[in-house]
Write a protein that binds this ligand. Structure first.
Ligand code: SF4
Length: 467
């Protein structure tokens, strides 16, 4: 059952924020939230920061020097899990020297009993452990830790909650990622998300539009709509918009110039949505459409509910409607039981579609999933060989895709100084390509700039500003 958090509960949390602010009034305190995983986790961290600022904390620079540290964890891959245990362990000595330091661990991983138990037993110095469904109660939990010096654990498994009115803060106000729905009903056999984030639940369109309109007043120009499967948006709501209509409504907001969305499940991407993408120039020409495997037996074992042929037909339809669209995707190499021959079906799909970018992972088993119980006869080395082969093919495709940009002029949104070269600036095209460029005059972050591409790399582009 989905629980809607009442305004009274959010109001109570705001009272706790005031109490914590008073407790912190004696001196300046810093907080660091370390985020692992997906964009959904990043927005949860943006909410934690917003609440922390309300409670008198400033953003610290590193975990070791901070008065409060929170690790917002991800359960999707094994290495992210291992990393968190290591990171938490390194704070033990710090906490011994400074017992007032507050340490918290939250996020998807804490919704998995084996992980929250491990934190509870192995790291007794961790003050707060909480899951994804209680982020809105963070002020109350922190108040109890600060006043009673007792550990707080809130990791109950529920189908899911929707909490409106929790403050949120963005680093850059010209662009923001806004969750439109939470959870997932798909139960792909390798994935823990339905267990850790609960069932699909959509926010009401009026709340989403109100949030975007409020952000527009602060300068929002580009919005990314978030959900594990945005194409299912609205299916659980009565008398509300579906995803295509929601997109159309957002595009009507004059100040919004660009709209993106992630993630789309291929089985739910409708002709109606393709039509809206075609007709609406504000919707960016980039689409992340995970295919995961190119072999039908493997897709069935993954419970993806489409075939290789379905996927290729969908790509054709999308490209017919939006010819210059940049497609990106996720792919898993070495799913349990995948043979070398089946891997080559994946490789052939990649060569056929020619994605602009791919997020490629070697399969790693996740506890509580069906795939973790499947026979997995191939060795890691065999899978790694396939992974490297795939990477080499994709690197070449990326470079060739980027070459098409050479000597052409594109509109980008400036994102500040280049990460690679502080003498240059960087920005993003509607196709989500990063261009590092030389500015011809003063440019502010969030400005639209016309840039000519002068050089092409495998993973980025170089250019110069033109009038
Ligand atoms: S669609 Fe599949 S892979 Fe994506 S979150 Fe849902 S279960 Fe996980």
């Amino acid at each position: 059952m989905i629980t809607f958090i009442s305004e009274e509960i959010i109001q109570t949390q705001k009272e706790y924020m005031k109490h914590v602010r008073l407790l912190n009034a004696d001196k300046k305190r810093t907080a660091v939230v370390v985020t692992y995983g997906c964009a959904q986790n990043e927005t949860d961290s943006d909410k934690l920061y917003a609440m922390l600022f309300e409670m008198g904390y400033e953003k610290g620079t590193d975990e070791k020097g901070a008065d409060l540290v929170i690790y917002n964890t991800c359960s999707v891959r094994e290495n992210a899990e291992v990393k968190v245990y290591g990171k938490v362990g390194t704070l033990k000595a710090k906490k011994k020297k400074n017992p007032d330091m507050v340490i918290g661990v939250c996020g998807c991983l804490m919704q998995q009993p084996h992980a929250s138990e491990r934190i509870r037993k192995t790291f007794p110095f961790v003050d707060m452990v909480f899951g994804t469904h209680v982020i809105h109660q963070f002020p109350e939990m922190l108040y109890h830790v600060l006043t009673e010096r007792e550990r707080v654990m809130q990791v109950e498994s529920v189908d899911g909650v929707i909490a409106e009115g929790v403050p949120v803060v963005y680093d850059k106000w010209y662009k923001a990622s806004i969750p439109i729905m939470y959870g997932c009903n798909n139960f792909c056999t390798y994935c823990v998300v339905p267990y850790t984030r609960g069932r699909e639940r959509s926010r009401k369109s009026k709340d989403i539009l109100a949030e975007i309109n409020a952000l527009v007043k602060k300068g929002l120009k580009e919005v990314t709509l978030l959900g594990q499967n945005v194409n299912s948006y609205g299916k659980d709501l009565e008398d509300d918009l579906d995803f295509s209509d929601l997109l159309s409504e957002i595009c009507k907001i004059e100040e919004i110039k660009r709209v993106r969305f992630v993630t789309s499940h291929p089985k739910d991407l409708t002709d109606k949505l393709i039509g809206v993408m075609k007709d609406n120039k504000k919707i960016c020409n980039s689409l992340h459409l995970p295919f995961q495997a190119g072999n039908n037996r493997v897709l069935k074992e993954m419970n993806r509910r489409y075939t290789r042929e379905d996927y290729l037909t969908l790509v054709e339809k999308i490209r017919a409607a939006v010819p210059d669209i940049a497609l990106t995707s996720d792919v898993i190499v070495g799913f349990p039981g995948e043979t070398e021959e089946e891997f080559y079906d994946t490789l052939s799909l990649i060569k056929k579609v020619r994605f602009d970018n791919l997020f490629t992972f070697i399969y790693s088993p996740r506890k509580d999933t069906k795939a973790a119980l499947m026979d997995d006869p191939r060795t890691y080395e065999e899978k790694l060989k396939n992974f490297n082969e795939l990477l080499a093919v994709q690197t070449e495709i990326c470079r060739e895709a980027n070459e098409a940009y050479l000597n052409n002029v594109y509109e980008i949104i400036d994102e500040g100084l280049s990460k690679n070269n502080p003498k240059m600036r960087q920005g993003r095209t509607t196709t989500n390509k990063v261009i590092n460029y030389k500015a011809a005059r003063e440019v502010q972050e969030g400005d639209f700039v016309m840039v000519k591409v002068t050089e092409v790399m495998s993973w980025s582009l170089v250019g110069e500003q033109v009038e």
